[in-house]
Design a protein around this ligand. Structure first.
Ligand code: DGL
Length: 268
């Protein structure tokens, strides 16, 4: 396969700003990679949507974005979209697609107590994909799950510089801990890309004996591996953030995205 054009971007896709937690470590590995960051604000929150809706919406929207920006690779930087629609997207589009799935395998290697918590969206935690990961990699562990829409709202607020309600974070952790066996949880998988934006708050609520893990560093390595040998620009250029138009949710101020190398905001 011939190498893509030097300025062909990496396309990151999420319902909102959570995918920035995947973009961050990717930029650290590929500092001059041109970036398009796409957020489906018209569809946020994905965690409250049905499987059928996401299985149709995500491939259609990614198809439009791929046509418009001609990326070399697309990253579904969203656990909800990945666990539901990854196969549909791969079937529909002819470019490498990297998904984001709950880091249950590393959690199973890390736990000492044998009890793992998985914190995701309501849609993610009910997926058969998560059943499969648990059976394959944590068959001899207890895997407790909880879906928290409040943390998605909280993460969006934090990135805009708005206050977060500590009760929402406490409730999310309690949603795991209050289940039978939950007080033995020593590793929590952050199975939604929004949640590492609240890492500090979640760590404070979970306490020092609990490790929080997510898959972002592994995804960044996977992207670097899949693009190995390709040409990149000599210097970094400002990335583009594109938001689907939503009447009640305007894009965040550019200053909130600038630390992630974004220099321009578009709406579609
Ligand atoms: N960031 C998304 C995830 O990783 C979902 C947030 C939402 O739209 O509910 O699951």
């Amino acid at each position: 396969m011939s190498s893509p054009p030097r300025d062909a971007p990496l396309l990151f896709f999420d319902s909102g700003l959570g995918g920035l937690t995947v973009l961050g470590p990717t930029r650290a590995l590929l500092p001059t990679a041109p970036i398009v960051y796409a957020a489906d604000y018209a569809g946020l929150p994905y965690g409250q949507k049905s499987e059928a809706e996401l299985a149709a919406r995500v491939p259609a929207l990614l198809g439009r974005l791929v046509e418009r920006y001609q990326p070399r690779l697309a990253v579904i930087a969203c656990n909800t979209a990945s666990t539901i629609a990854l196969a549909h997207v791969r079937a529909a589009l002819d470019l490498p697609i990297v998904g984001t799935v709950p880091a249950i395998k590393p959690a199973a290697e890390l736990t000492r107590s044998g009890v793992i918590g998985v914190l995701g969206t309501e849609a993610t935690v009910r997926q058969p994909y998560v059943d499969d990961l648990s059976a394959r990699f944590a068959g001899d562990k207890i895997v407790l799950r909880h879906g928290s829409p409040g943390l998605v709202t909280g993460a969006e607020a934090k990135l805009r510089g708005d206050p977060i309600d500590p009760a929402v974070v406490a409730r999310a952790v309690a949603g795991l801990r209050d289940q039978p066996g939950g007080d033995a949880i020593d590793v929590i998988v952050l199975a939604c890309t929004h949640f590492p934006l609240l890492e500090e708050e979640l760590q404070a609520a979970a306490g020092p004996g609990v490790k929080l893990i997510d898959g972002a560093a592994g995804i960044a390595r996977r992207i670097a591996h899949l693009t190995e040998g390709q040409e990149w620009p000599q210097t970094a250029t400002p990335g583009i953030a594109v938001f689907t138009r939503s009447a009640d949710r305007p894009p965040p101020p550019l200053a909130a995205l600038a630390p992630y190398g974004i220099g321009r905001i578009e709406t579609i």
